[in-house]
Design a protein around this ligand. Structure first.
Ligand SMILES: Cc1cc2nc3c(=O)[nH]c(=O)nc-3n(C[C@H](O)[C@H](O)[C@H](O)COP(=O)(O)OP(=O)(O)OC[C@H]3O[C@@H](n4cnc5c(N)ncnc54)[C@H](O)[C@@H]3O)c2cc1C
Length: 417
């Protein structure tokens, strides 16, 4: 780690990878700081390796670095790329281990310094640049940068820098993903399992959300072999304290589920083969942005003057009471966009966010948070950070045509085209 950079990106997840690669490829001297030991965030460490949605309205809407990494991952594994353009497939499965390794390669090939096991401890804008203190395994160290990108998903850097966040009273539940085996999913009596689960819930041994998103018993969990099967409460998961509670609650839920299932006929040899090291967090905070995307703007497909990328996904709010999902598809032909202003914290300078904490109301956020828009806004934030570092102009003052030109040059699909 050096003492000065053009751009520092914090968080090497879905959005942060693209931000760092784009900034590096645009010639910015870039540092990527990641708290874990693997890139990919929710896509890899939390096991949600199903990016949605590269295609919508019968065409490709997300390209650029996120698409390039998807194609490279499929080329590496030798699997045919699913035909997502048909519109039938919203989600594309991606091999998480290969994706993470290729992400390392892409970040390093872009000339980015990659620092794992580190988190920012302070961020201050002074004398025309950001001064960032980073907590590493061997102590605190400081560096300066012309522009900062917060891709932590939780706006941790924005908060450290003292800007306002929006904290909803209720947030969507989290999910701890695991893999399980030791049974024949076709031979199980799901009605009997549901009845047994209802008794276990009534007796307080199990929470309904330990085995299902809805009140449906363990059928989905067992058929999907544990993949993305439970719901846990995860308030304040943007803090270390709140996140600790979510991780502990996730493993408690896993243990309750395990003990219950092993007593059921056909599941005596049920076993957990692997569990993600982190729960997947759907929602924490959003920034108070220079612009906020509302659900009515999202659902009408507003083309903002400063739009930097497309997004498409149904409203998808998982309910915190374990009673399912508030899901509302977009009307046919509607193609929402993401404006630059939603990536800029109000009152800030040379500071951008990318990822699920962009400025948006709760319903709009429930759709905008999915992986392909996060990738696209990550690339856009990286492009703006690099241009700001090069020109000395704040991201808000950059001519939008210059931002879109740079994005196009790097394969991104930009709004209006
Ligand atoms: C259970 C679940 C199911 C989902 N299903 C789907 C789906 O099927 N398809 C889909 O497209 N989307 C899905 N989503 C949504 C999507 O996966 C996430 O919203 C998206 O990946 C978030 O991207 P991000 O870059 O904002 O955050 P992340 O990918 O989580 O990246 C944040 C990164 O920042 C790092 N970090 C955090 N804090 C710090 C810090 N202080 N310092 C340094 N590093 C830090 C993290 O370790 C992580 O690497 C799902 C989400 C969940 C939780």
């Amino acid at each position: 780690m050096k003492s000065t950079y053009d751009v520092i990106v914090t968080g090497g997840g879905t959005a942060g990878i693209m931000a760092a690669v784009q900034a590096g490829r645009a010639g910015a001297d870039t540092l990527l700081v990641e708290k874990n030991g693997m890139l990919g965030g929710t896509m890899t460490v939390a096991g949600i390796n199903y990016p949605a949605q590269y295609f919508a309205c019968g065409r490709q809407i997300i390209g650029g670095i996120g698409w390039e990494l998807l194609c490279k991952t499929y080329a590496e594994t030798g699997e045919p790329l699913p035909n997502a353009s048909s519109g039938e497939k919203r989600h594309v499965r991606i091999d998480a281990a290969i994706f993470a390794a290729l992400a390392d390669e892409a970040v390093l090939a872009a000339g980015v310094d990659l620092l794992f096991h580190a988190m920012p401890a302070a961020a201050r804008f002074e004398d025309g640049a950001w001064s960032v203190q980073v907590c590493t395994k061997t102590g605190l160290t400081s560096c300066r940068a012309k522009a900062l990108v917060d891709a932590t998903g939780d706006a941790n850097v924005v908060e450290l820098a003292g800007f306002d966040l929006v904290r909803p009273d209720i947030v969507q539940p989290a999910t701890l993903t695991f893999g399980c085996s030791g049974y024949d999913a076709e031979a199980l009596d799901y009605a009997a399992l549901k009845a047994a689960a209802d008794v276990a819930v009534a007796e307080g041994e199990l929470l309904g959300t330990d085995v299902a998103w809805r009140d449906e018993g363990p059928r989905g969990l067992l058929r999907k072999h544990g993949n993305n099967a439970n719901h846990l409460r995860a308030p304040d998961a943007q803090t270390s304290e709140g996140r600790s509670k979510a991780e502990i609650e996730g493993r408690k839920a896993l243990l309750r589920m395990y003990r219950f299932l092993r007593r059921q006929p056909g599941l005596e040899n049920f076993r957990i083969d692997w569990v993600c090291p982190e729960a997947g967090i759907r929602e924490t905070v959003t920034i108070k942005g220079k612009q906020t995307i509302t659900v009515s703007e999202y659902e009408s497909g507003k083309l903002y003057e400063d739009a930097v990328c497309y997004a498409s996904y149904p409203i998808d709010e998982h309910l915190n009471d374990g009673k399912g999902i508030n899901m509302r598809p977009l009307k046919p032909g509607v193609l929402p966009t993401i404006p630059r202003g939603a990536l800029l914290p109000a009152e800030s300078r040379f500071l951008l966010v990318a990822g699920r904490c962009l400025a948006s109301d709760r319903e709009a956020n429930s759709a905008l948070r999915v992986e392909c828009p996060c990738m696209a806004m990550g690339q856009a934030a990286g492009a703006m950070a690099a241009l700001s570092a090069r020109t000395g102009l704040d991201p808000e003052a950059l001519p939008i045509a210059d931002v879109l030109d740079l994005l196009r040059e790097h394969g991104a699909i930009v709004p209006g085209e």
